[in-house]
Design a protein around this ligand. Structure first.
Ligand SMILES: [Zn+2]
Length: 492
């Protein structure tokens, strides 16, 4: 741009908000730089050298000593129902998250109006009465009505499709059932879903074979949709599950994301070096990435087959025994004088936090260039895993600042630019002129998660301000009242 043009633009341009004095980490891995940002409407209208933006009519935010980064994108959530039921989305916006990918692990709120009982794991989203959407377009209307504070893009879940279409969940779908699932998925993609998720770890999908998954993944291929998978096994059969993942994605010609990558049993602790090497080798011929949360415990529903009596498990919710929430399964089993598996039979439907990982594996996966950050938070749990409230500040405060695992630029890239690029979310994830103004201002010296296993619903510290679509939506630990979240349709 010539000097004359710059001057001209300076004269005519007006801004709604100017953020001055901060250091911009733009989401791309580029080194931080002192820059001022001008927001106009919902977009980043200007990025300029410090002091270059002057508009006395604009709200001016002084970010001196702070980091300005793209709004964080939570690549792995179960927020489908929370976006409607608790649209303030405090657990997420308080961390600087401005977009969530919902519908993970084969579990989506749409398209399903259940006829019989609602089988687990769908109950992690809410009660059967909350499943009222036959189509994504109906959900999008409810989303508009609820006015959440943050954006979402949605995957359509395989467990959900099977419950909608397959009569006997203990076998693969027959031809007619497969056709119904393909049609439902096709409609979802046409209406704007970002892809398809599987969760063959869970009973409703366990009987599905590779050909069923391929036939469904093929539906999303023309839309350039993403295939996210909670694999069949993350324990002793993890390598076999990874082969299945690579093969199904390759045949269907889709980009695949291995969800919450982990080695989830003492039998495979330490083997993430091998799993990551397998991913790197697959990447030579296909698109593969992973997401990861920064904790060595996982969380899911209670099932007797998930209990091996070796690792610590505590109860995050239980319908028949709410008084046991927060207690260790081994103590409950001792009190009741039964085995842990038998105790789980009595406690379900319910959920647990499983200390199934080794810290070295968590660190290795976090550090790997193929991983992006996804919380996997469970907003409907009574005593949720702290990842729901703490994931992003924990990566920035604990792993980046305190442990020095990676640079701030790398940490931010894993929660912004990398995620937007892999999910093909356009005009977000990077601080660039013309992009949507989803922004976070935080103090890199103070940012930290405060949510713990015993006190999990705690707002993190160090996040000063969060902008969603140009509107200041979170400031100094509180909502501002702005509710500007949008449903993001796939861009192809
Ligand atoms: Zn999962």
């Amino acid at each position: 741009m010539s000097e004359i043009e710059t001057l001209h633009e300076k004269k005519t341009k007006y801004f709604d908000t100017i953020i001055i004095g901060g250091e911009v980490v733009d989401g791309s891995l580029a080194p931080r730089k002192k820059l001022d940002i001008g927001i106009c409407g919902d977009k980043i209208a200007e990025i300029a050298e410090p002091g270059a933006l002057n508009d006395s009519n604009a709200i001016t935010i002084n970010a001196t000593g702070k980091i300005i980064s793209p709004g964080f994108i939570d690549s792995h959530t179960h927020d489908d129902n929370a976006l409607l039921k608790a649209p303030e989305m405090i657990p997420k916006i308080s961390q600087g998250v401005t977009t969530v990918i919902s519908g993970n692990c084969g579990i989506s709120l749409v398209p399903l109006i259940p006829k019989g009982n609602l089988p687990p794991p769908l109950n992690i989203l809410g009660p059967k009465s909350d499943f009222t959407f036959e189509s994504l377009s109906q959900y999008m209307l409810a989303f508009e009505h609820a006015k959440p504070t943050i954006n979402t893009a949605m995957l359509i879940g395989h467990n959900t499709l099977r419950i909608a279409a397959v009569k006997d969940l203990t076998r693969p779908a027959n031809k007619t059932e497969l056709k119904i699932m393909q049609e439902l998925l096709q409609i979802g993609m046409k209406e704007g879903a970002i892809g398809f998720s599987t969760g063959t770890y869970y009973r409703p999908s366990r009987a599905a074979d590779e050909s069923e998954i391929i036939a469904l993944a093929e539906v999303i291929s023309p839309y350039k949709g993403i295939y996210a998978t909670h694999m069949r096994d993350e324990q002793t059969k993890i390598f076999k599950s990874m082969d299945e993942t690579f093969e199904t994605a390759k045949i269907a010609q889709v980009r695949v994301l291995i969800s919450h990558h982990k080695c989830a049993s003492p039998d495979v602790w330490g083997r993430s070096a091998e799993t990551l090497a397998l991913i790197h080798s697959a990447q030579k011929s296909q698109d593969v990435a992973t997401d990861v949360y920064p904790y060595n415990a996982g969380s899911t529903i209670l099932e007797p087959e998930y209990v091996d009596e070796r690792i610590r498990i505590f109860i995050s919710w239980s319908e028949p025994h709410p008084e046991m929430v927060g207690r260790d399964l081994s103590d409950i089993a001792d009190d009741w004088e039964v085995s842990q598996k038998e105790a789980v039979e009595k406690l379900k439907p319910g959920g647990g936090v499983y200390f199934s990982m080794d810290e070295e594996d968590v660190r290795r996966i976090l550090l790997d260039p193929t991983s992006m950050i996804g919380s996997d938070g469970l907003p409907n749990d009574i005593n949720p895993h702290p990842r729901l409230w703490g994931t992003f500040p924990r990566v920035l405060g604990h792993y980046c600042r305190e442990e020095g695992l990676f640079s701030l630029e790398t940490a931010i890239h894993k929660m912004t630019g990398l995620t937007a690029s892999y999910f093909r979310i356009s005009d977000r994830g990077f601080i660039r002129k013309g992009n949507f103004a989803d922004l976070v201002i935080f103090d890199e010296k103070k940012i930290l998660d405060l949510a713990t296993y015993s006190n999990p619903k705690k707002i993190s510290c160090g996040i000063d301000a969060v902008f969603v679509n140009g509107s200041l939506s979170w400031l100094d630990g509180a909502l501002t009242g702005a509710r500007k979240g949008r449903f993001l349709k796939h861009s192809h």
